[in-house]
Design a binder for this molecule. Structure first.
Ligand code: ATP
Length: 453
């Protein structure tokens, strides 16, 4: 049985993710691509629910944030001006014994001496900077002039398009531009499943403001983001806020918080919330020679806005959701037989499938027809799964592993065979408590919809 401190917990989670179709190694049948992942049917739904909820909270339900969907392929000049081309690197060492390449700041240490985390060897090269950006060539010639990059973060296109958005969206400060999308980093040591990947997704907001609002907005956004995690089922007690010390902060940032989560492999960063002053817009104003200023109608002042940035990782949050949801418990049936039930206790809002629909028996056409009818009623409104194969208990267990919060069973009562009172009612089974109740088909939507939205 896996308890929260079980050293094998992560292995069990990784195995469930593959077995149930949450996450697969990319290009697996060809030996796999290190640090790159594909999301299966359940993982895709979970990811979509996470991104949709972020977008709803950060854009749709606010009046002061608009969206952007920038290109992944990025002009070299953008990443030169932002500083990425020259400084976006990690310190790397080579192990002369086993030839492994390792991040110098993540080396294991024994008796005060750094050693290779692969073979334990101590014969290591001096650290040198390794640029993490993935480079490509655009067009038919592969030379210096055709170099472009796959973006290492989504933020830069927001800064570069700041003026266009300002002119078209007619927003006044403070206001934000949000973006969700892929980012790429050629991480030296991808690890901890999807936690550190080479291709991943970010959910970023750049919230522009006047200089005097920066520090206050930094604290405001920290609180908003903590609330967000609670709303998706990650308890406050498992989140840690690290105030990044002056020495570790980027030189242009006046304040940075890291929001961390207690993963089974340690407390690690989920999101950074940083007050970045006007460093980014200034860098692009200088780099492009185009003004990126804001004119304040009231004060008649013209200035380059400052920015507060909550920057979250989709994949890391997804992993936190999966780790948080994973549970095993011993259940005993009416005959006294015990078994271990694996259950993913996702918040219904995040659960990949919201409702499982089951006819009690698959060889009774009336039951099947009624179950199909219930399925069709719910399908346009939420992700549902129809399953008629195997004993009902086994079907429940399969949905427990997928994290489906509600199960609906269509039985002989539904058909009115046990009296009119129960006609057109179904059994609603709750995943976490396994309790069952009767609910009228006509009331299903109004009952379930608010719980899963
Ligand atoms: P780390 O120190 O863990 O490498 P970072 O501080 O470099 O992360 P940021 O540049 O602040 O990360 O990126 C913002 C967010 O993007 C991170 O909090 C994380 O959620 C996500 N992220 C960054 N790098 C990766 C990666 N290699 N794989 C998955 N997610 C990532």
């Amino acid at each position: 049985m896996s308890t929260p401190n079980d050293p094998q917990r992560m292995e069990r989670i990784v195995s469930l993710c593959k077995r149930r179709g949450f996450i697969f190694q990319s290009s697996e049948i060809y030996g796999g691509l290190n640090g790159v992942w594909d999301f299966g049917p359940l993982g895709t739904e979970l990811k979509r629910n996470l991104k949709d909820y972020w977008w709803r909270m950060m854009v749709r339900e606010r009046d002061d944030v608009v969206g952007l969907d920038g290109s992944i392929i990025t002009h070299r000049a953008v990443l030169k001006a932002s500083g990425h081309e020259d400084t976006f690197s990690d310190p790397m060492v080579d192990c002369r014994t086993c030839k492994a390449r390792l991040r110098a700041d993540q080396l294991a240490e024994k008796n005060g001496a750094k050693q290779c985390s692969n073979c334990g060897g101590k014969d290591l090269t001096e650290p040198r900077a390794f640029n993490l950006m993935l480079r490509t060539h655009l067009g038919a010639t592969e030379d210096e002039s055709s170099i472009a990059y796959l973006r290492p973060e989504t933020a830069q296109s927001i800064f570069v398009q700041f003026k266009n958005v300002l002119d078209t969206a007619r927003k006044k400060l403070p206001f934000g531009i949000a973006q969700i999308g892929k980012a790429f980093r050629n991480e030296i040591n991808p690890r901890n499943f999807i936690f550190r990947s080479r291709e991943f997704e970010q959910m970023e907001l750049e919230y522009f403001c006047a200089p005097e609002q920066g520090m206050q907005l930094l604290d405001y956004w920290l609180e908003e983001r903590l609330k967000f995690y609670e709303n998706i089922g990650i308890p406050r007690a498992k989140l840690h806020v690290l105030t990044v010390p002056d020495a570790d902060r980027a030189f242009y940032s006046k304040g940075t918080y890291d929001i961390e989560y207690e993963f089974p492999f340690g407390v690690q960063e989920l999101e950074g919330v940083a007050y970045r002053t006007n460093f980014d817009l200034m860098a692009h104003q200088t780099g492009s020679g185009k003004p990126l200023e804001y004119f304040d109608e009231e004060t008649k002042a013209k200035f380059v806005p400052h920015v507060v940035e909550p920057s979250a990782g989709v994949d890391r949050t997804l992993l936190a959701l999966i780790c948080e949801a994973y549970d095993e418990e011993t259940v005993t049936d009416e005959k006294g037989k015990s078994e271990v039930r694996t259950v993913m206790r996702f918040h219904p809002r995040m659960a990949p499938i919201k409702v499982g629909v089951f006819p009690l028996l698959k060889n009774k056409p009336e039951l099947v027809a009624k179950a199909r009818e219930v399925h069709s009623l719910l399908k346009p409104h939420m992700m549902t799964f129809y399953d008629e194969g195997g004993a009902i208990g086994r079907r429940y267990r399969r949905q427990d592993e997928a994290g489906t919060p509600f199960g609906l069973t269509i039985d002989f009562e539904t058909l009115g065979e046990r009296g009119d009172e129960l006609r057109n009612t179904v059994t609603l089974r709750h995943r976490d408590s396994m309790q069952q109740e009767r609910v009228k088909i006509a009331e299903l939507l109004s009952r379930l919809l608010p719980l899963v939205q």
